[in-house]
Design a protein around this ligand. Structure first.
Ligand SMILES: Nc1nc2c(ncn2[C@@H]2O[C@H](COP(=O)(O)OP(=O)(O)OP(=O)(O)O)[C@@H](O)[C@H]2O)c(=O)[nH]1
Length: 402
């Protein structure tokens, strides 16, 4: 499916290293990684991303302040964190303000902050080990407190990156954490068995985090595909396979929508029912394929005559229906006359004779007294049908308004 790329991160950030670099160069311009989705989707996803990321950043900001002040109070803060905490707090606050002031590229900026935090985690982790190795202290407070936060790396990766990039990132991150154990920092472990046990626990629990998140992102991708397929099937169920205009179900839905808009006083509309004249004889003389060609050509020609907010559908057989939205009933006869002329001017190689159609028009006016929408629609169609019948009986190739 065309939009399947969206499914790779939990949010459609889909950042590959190349995209991140391109986006950094394009800060302030529309995000490049959304090229393959419509602007509307991009706006929608950016908004949902903002709704998610703002509270996360706010809570992280408060937590960071709390950890900073607690560690300072308990005199457990390392000299590395004395330098890093103010910087990270400042970066978080900046990102939070940026998310309120500018909505462009917020995903990219957030992703950069995420990478910054992950780098901090790794550097802090190694700082603790090197510090313990060199100084030989048995304190394990910093290591155990940092360990609580490390799984955020995997969660963030599966949120922000494509599924496979997230997996690669997680594996590299986990490997970085396992290295001290693998490289046997004997001095550390001799002095601090707790540090030893902590790194062993990391090695056992982190693969589980990665597997779980991989599974969740896979399930999410499947449900996204299912939802997309269901949407597609629903759209197809409202389209006529031959002429590619709405079918009866689609038109009924549009009529219901128009009717409710009309009741709210926001629009007026008219229903135009038209039927190809002597279509049976076209089929009989020139064959069903030629008849199909006529139906397709008529649908295309009428579609090109209508405005974007009008609707065309195939009501059944050789009968079509157009719903015209307007603010002046006088315009409708003019438009319908134009449609009639468009059909009669069509030329077909395989059909030497002129093709015409008869039109029945009804304006949505008095029918609105009918409270039940479906009944009101049926009434409108019945009146348009009556007008069409009159057009057929009084010579065809004409417009009759009910
Ligand atoms: N080629 C083709 N013909 C169809 C299709 N659907 C319905 N028809 C034909 O449309 C013809 C409709 O004929 P009638 O209802 O008698 O109407 P008509 O010949 O157009 O006569 P008037 O409507 O009175 O002008 C029938 O022959 C159907 O077989 C279709 O999808 N393709």
């Amino acid at each position: 499916m065309k939009n399947s790329k969206l499914t790779r991160g939990y949010f459609p950030v889909n950042l590959s290293v190349k995209t991140i670099c391109k986006n950094i160069l394009n800060l302030g311009k529309p995000p490049l990684n959304h090229r393959d989705i419509t602007r509307q989707q991009s706006v929608y996803f950016s908004q949902s991303f903002l709704l998610f990321i703002r509270p996360v950043m706010f809570i992280s900001f408060i937590c960071l302040l709390a950890i900073w002040s607690t560690e300072t109070y308990l005199q457990q803060i390392s000299s590395f964190n004395k330098f890093c905490y103010p910087l990270l707090t400042l970066f978080l606050a900046t990102n939070l303000i940026y998310s309120y002031r500018s909505k462009t590229n917020i995903e990219v900026v957030t992703c950069l902050f995420f990478i910054l935090f992950m780098t901090y985690f790794v550097v802090d982790y190694y700082y603790i080990f090197i510090y313990l190795e060199v100084i030989g202290e048995s304190s394990h407070y910093n290591l155990s407190s940092l360990s609580q936060w490390l799984p955020i790396a995997y969660i963030g990766a599966f949120l922000f990156l494509k599924k496979y990039n997230a997996l690669k990132f997680s594996l590299v991150f986990a490997l970085c954490l396992f290295l001290p154990e693998l490289l046997c920092f004997d001095n550390v472990y001799n002095h601090s068995p707790i540090a030893h046990s902590l790194t062993l626990n990391l090695m056992l629990s982190h693969p589980v985090y990665i597997c779980l998140l991989w599974g969740v992102s896979h399930l999410k991708m499947m449900s996204y595909h299912d939802r997309n397929n269901a949407n597609l099937m629903y759209k197809l169920s409202k389209i006529d396979s031959l002429t590619k205009v709405s079918n009866r179900r689609g038109i009924n839905e549009s009529l219901r929508k128009m009717l409710s808009e009309y009741k709210r006083g926001s629009t007026q509309f008219s229903v135009v029912l038209f039927d190809i004249d002597h279509f049976k004889s076209i089929n009989d003389q020139f064959g069903h394929l030629a008849g199909d060609e006529v139906l397709i050509a008529i649908a295309d020609s009428i579609k090109s005559e209508l405005r974007l907010f009008d609707e065309l559908g195939r009501w059944g057989g050789e009968e079509f229906i157009a719903i015209l939205r307007h603010n002046n009933y006088h315009l409708v006869s003019e438009i319908t006359e134009r449609l009639r002329i468009a059909i009669s001017s069509l030329c077909f190689e395989s059909i030497p004779q002129k093709i015409t159609a008869s039109f029945g028009v009804v304006h949505c006016k008095a029918e609105i007294s009918e409270k039940n929408d479906q009944k009101a629609i049926e009434l409108l169609i019945a009146q348009a049908d009556k007008a069409l019948y009159k057009a057929k009986n009084t010579g065809r190739n004409k417009v009759v308004i009910a």
